[in-house]
Design a binder for this molecule. Structure first.
Ligand code: BES
Ligand code: MN
Ligand code: ZN
Length: 506
């Protein structure tokens, strides 16, 4: 991971904070600048900001940046005004994007220190909430995967520090706590993005298992167990092994548990699809964009990073991540269309299309989840192109039969800004995945492809509340968004952590 951004929270004290670095100020469209309490900069700085807003009524447009280099003595070296759009349309999600733009503007002007003045009273949000959003926005917006760059053409100098200035002394403690939480969550998103961005020759199932193992070194409540092929064979995980059979890379079944809660309480189980590469297998994919299939382990990365964050935050909860990891490759030993696999559950699957491999490895992982008698199961998977067709690139598809669990996910998604939309999972879809020669078939063709995939998964889930999240779209963004550079987004990490925090009321 790239160099760390140092985040600090300070109380604004009138007239004292001039030399903390480049100053970012958030402004609403069509509004004058409301001075924060204890305005920490001089009168001239305040007048300058007011003058800009008076002359340019568009400066407050959403994400608009106005950069000035004031000359007067007490001024910060650079001031960035960032538009928040109209006050009555303001959301925390827009604020994350605005904060990201402030961070990017500061960095591109080669500033290494950024101060953001946050006055929750005029931002109409809870102070800690706004500060957390600022940290996430700045950090996530500046992400870059540069592990394999030996030469930096632009000589990028990273932003080194972010100072959050808060006006009211009474809220500073809560702001500090939430800021520290946001730093940890952002690190978890970085972890997921790094893993997803790693090419398949560098990140094999074995390496992924080692990375999971390495996470446990400093944390005693985090445990990792790795099952290798012989153990999977003994357990009868033949659906997973069928997918792995075309590859020379050993599959790994990675189990990460964080037991931070009461011993007697049933754990939550997260299941994450981890195809370190999906070529399609014998049903080979076309060449175009096949390189992006290194990201087909984004579900596995998300659940790993979420459980890692839960342990970093010390949440009082029990949660287990199950990560079936393999490649899907063609080869002499590869599984063929028409083959029938006997899954760990005993149910048989006719392989219609070897490119519908995600549901095969998840079938065994979801069955394995029953061992934990879980309080709930959430699987996260880059499962279907059909989900992208249905909802577009930025939206996660949600399917499941458990109303309350779906409500919990919806609530978390509204809080984190990760868009989740439900697709139905009615009885008729289950008809479509029945096979003539086996219990199920792994593909029902194109119509309703995201849903028939979910219907397939549901057949392997025990009597536990379960929700399936199809992240095929947002896991890998072909176009960046406000605080997600293009490429690996780390979608699901913040959502799952928020879900866990909500359960803990934290
Ligand atoms: N990993 C893919 C789904 C995917 C496609 C993710 C594009 C991200 C971007 C999955 O394994 C797959 O190939 N699904 C097939 C299923 C079909 C053969 C029934 C699909 O969506 O085409
Ligand atoms: Mn596939
Ligand atoms: Zn796949």
């Amino acid at each position: 991971m790239k160099s760390e951004l140092k985040v600090t929270v300070r109380n604004a004290v009138a007239g004292t904070d001039q030399d903390l670095g480049c100053l970012g100020i958030f402004v609403f469209q069509g509004e004058r600048f409301e001075k924060a309490d204890n305005w920490p900069f001089g009168k001239e700085t305040l007048n300058l900001i007011r003058k800009i807003l008076k002359r340019n009524d568009l400066a407050g447009k959403l994400y608009r940046e106005t950069v000035v280099f004031p000359e007067h003595g007490s001024a910060p070296p650079m001031i960035i005004l960032i538009g928040l759009g109209k006050r009555n349309e303001f959301t925390l999600e827009k604020f994350r994007g605005a904060a990201a733009n402030a961070g990017k503007a500061a960095q591109s002007h080669r500033e290494d220190k950024l101060i953001l003045l946050l006055d929750p009273s005029y931002l109409q949000f809870d102070g800690p909430e706004v500060a957390g959003a600022a940290v996430e926005g700045v950090t996530l917006g500046l992400y870059k995967f540069s592990a394999f760059k030996t030469l930096d053409r632009e000589e990028v100098r990273d932003l080194k520090s972010l100072t959050i200035l808060v006006p009211e002394r009474s809220r500073a403690k809560a702001v500090r706590t939430e800021t520290a939480v946001a730093v940890k969550i952002s690190r978890a998103v970085y972890l997921a993005r790094d893993l997803i961005s790693m090419p398949a020759n560098e990140l094999t199932p074995t390496v992924l298992a080692e990375k999971a193992q390495a996470l446990t070194e400093k944390r005693d409540k985090l445990k990792v167990t790795i099952l290798s092929a012989p153990e999977m064979k003994r357990l009868g995980m033949n659906a997973l092994l069928g997918v792995a059979s075309g590859s020379v890379q050993e599959p790994k079944f990675i189990i990460v548990s964080y037991l931070g809660g009461d011993e007697a309480t049933a754990p939550l189980v997260f299941v994450g699809k981890a195809l370190t590469f999906d070529s399609g297998g014998i049903s080979l994919k076309p060449a175009e964009k096949m390189d992006e299939m290194k990201s087909d382990m984004a579900g596995g990365a998300a659940v790993l990073a979420a459980v890692s964050a839960a342990s970093e935050l010390g949440l009082p909860i029990n949660v287990v991540a199950l990560i079936p990891a393999t490649e899907n490759m063609p080869g002499g030993k590869a599984c063929r269309p028409g083959d029938i696999l006997r899954s760990m559950s005993g149910k048989t699957i006719e392989v219609i299309n070897t490119d519908a491999e995600g549901r095969l490895i998840l079938a065994d992982a979801l069955h394995y989840a029953s061992r934990f008698e879980p309080a709930a199961i959430i699987d996260v998977a880059t499962l279907t192109g059909a989900c992208i067709v249905a909802l577009g690139e930025q939206v996660t598809g949600m399917m499941g039969a458990d109303g309350p669990l779906k409500e919990e996910i919806k609530r978390a998604s509204e809080q984190t800004g990760e868009m989740v939309w439900e697709l139905p999972l009615w009885e008729n879809y289950h008809e479509q995945i029945k096979s003539e020669v086996a219990d199920f078939k792994n593909s029902a063709g194109r119509p309703g492809g995201a849903i028939t995939a979910a219907a397939f998964l549901s057949s392997f889930v025990g009597p536990y509340p379960w929700v399936h999240l199809d992240i095929a779209g947002p896991a890998w963004l072909t176009k960046g968004t406000a605080y997600h550079p293009k490429g690996a987004s780390g979608v699901g990490v913040r959502l799952l952590v928020r879900f866990l925090r909500n359960r803990c009321r934290q």
